[in-house]
Structure formats: C-alpha cells, structure tokens
Design a binder for this molecule. Structure first.
Ligand SMILES: [Zn+2]
Length: 248
C-alpha cells in the first residue's frame, strides 16, 4: 500500500503542471510549500499556492495552472464524478472546487497534501462547511492512513460503492435523488452531508422558477473562477441555511 501511495504521488508530481518544461521548477515550489505546511507552527499554504507567480528563465508559473493540473489528475482518479454526491463533472460548465477532506482550517498541515485533496461540487463544498469528521488529532504531522478513518468517509481512500448507494430519477422537469449509507462511514456521510444535498436538489430542481436561475448562477460562477463573488457567496450561504432549517 505504501509503495502504491508513493507511486501515485510521483505520477501526480510529474503532471503537476500542464506545461512540461515547468514541471521540474513546479516540483521545487510544491516541495517548499509542503515543508512550510508541516513545520511548526503549521501553516495553511493553500492561499500561497494561489499566489504563485514565478518567472524562471523558461516562462511564468502561475498557481492557477498548478491547481488546474491537480484538478485534472484528481478527476481522472474519480472517473469524472464528484467525490461525495457522485454527480458528473465531465461535460458540465460548473465550477469544480478542490475539496480538503480534512478541512484546512483545522488541519493546515495537510493543506496541499495530495491525499487530502478531492474534486467536489459547489454544493458539497459549501454544505460540508468546516465540520471536523472523525477524531484525527489536530497536531498530527503525517497524513493518516486509510485505516485511521474509522468514523468518516474518505473519498481518496475508500471506494464509494462500498459505502454509499444512491438512486437518481431525473426527468426533463424534475429530479429526485436518494442516498443510503451501507457502512458506518457511509451512514455518517449521509447524515452529515448527502441528505442535505438531496434536499437541495429536490428543492431546486423541482421548482420551475428556481432551477433555471440556479443554473445561470452556476454557469456564471464557473466562468468567474478565482474572483471573489461576495454577494453571490452570501446568497448561496443563505439558501443553504434555509435548506438546513427546513431539514430540522
Ligand atoms: Zn457534490
């Protein structure tokens, strides 16, 4: 397992930048950030990755290009589906946020750890919030192994189908989705996230006024990636809060 994990990290670093000639320098930059995140006091280096704009002799390296390469590799591994709700990401114009499985607010030391990253959707990303799932120590320096995630589902270590079943019925005007956990971790994922996702989908997709409006917002968000959309973010958060209140 360890050898397999190392090989995967190697593959990922080799693809860490879309432009081949930038890969060696990108590896150095990522190595530097990785060491900074793991050195006491632990630092969340995700914003620093965003800010990368280096001009080595052979061209400019931007953090955004590194993130795109992360996203491409992770999507390949996920078979083009979102890590929690399993909706398809391929062929959609929606934003594809990179999710930190252990939230970086509580685990800054894993802010650019390959095993801590997965591609989610804006719904999962916003409805998951910064909740801490499980009992992994905040001070831990090494990334936990698969066997350490006994309470919560880990999208990079676990096979989704072993833990969660979903059924989705979609017509041109309506949509219903149901999630059921089949293990302790799958049930935890349903309780803490997927039941909210199902409620949101039911609310939005079955309302003929809301559905096209949300669709437009999503298309806009995907084009505006990287911009701070304060009011739109506030609207999204308010909608999520209303759904949570309806569920209570
Ligand atoms: Zn999702």
């Amino acid at each position: 397992m360890l050898a397999e994990m190392r090989r995967e990290v190697e593959l990922y670093l080799a693809a860490a930048h879309g432009t081949k000639k930038h890969v060696p320098h990108t590896r150095v930059l990522l190595g530097r950030l990785w060491s900074r995140s793991r050195t006491h006091p632990y630092a969340d280096v995700w914003p620093a990755l965003d800010a990368i704009c280096e001009v080595p002799p052979r061209g400019t390296i931007h953090g955004a290009a590194i993130k795109s390469a992360f996203r491409r590799r992770l999507l390949e591994l996920q078979g083009g589906q979102r890590c929690y709700c399993r909706r398809w990401l391929v062929g959609t114009a929606y934003a594809k946020p990179i999710e930190h499985v252990l939230p970086r607010r509580h685990y800054p030391q894993f802010s650019i750890d390959f095993w801590n990253l997965a591609v989610a959707c804006t719904d999962c990303n916003s409805l998951k919030t910064d909740d801490v799932w499980g009992t992994i120590s905040f001070t831990r320096r090494r990334y936990p192994r698969a066997k350490d995630f006994t309470e919560a589902f880990h999208p990079r270590f676990y096979r989704y189908d072993d833990h969660v079943r979903y059924a989705r019925l979609e017509t041109n005007l309506s949509s219903v989705v149901m999630f059921t956990g089949v293990t302790a971790q799958g049930m935890h994922l349903c309780r803490s996230l997927l039941h909210r996702i199902a409620a949101k989908e039911t609310l939005v997709k079955n309302n003929p006024d809301l559905a096209p409006a949300i669709e437009q917002i999503r298309n806009f968000e995907s084009k505006a990636e990287g911009l701070r959309l304060t009011r739109l973010d506030a609207f999204g958060a308010a909608l999520d809060q209303s759904i949570l209140r309806l569920l209570e």
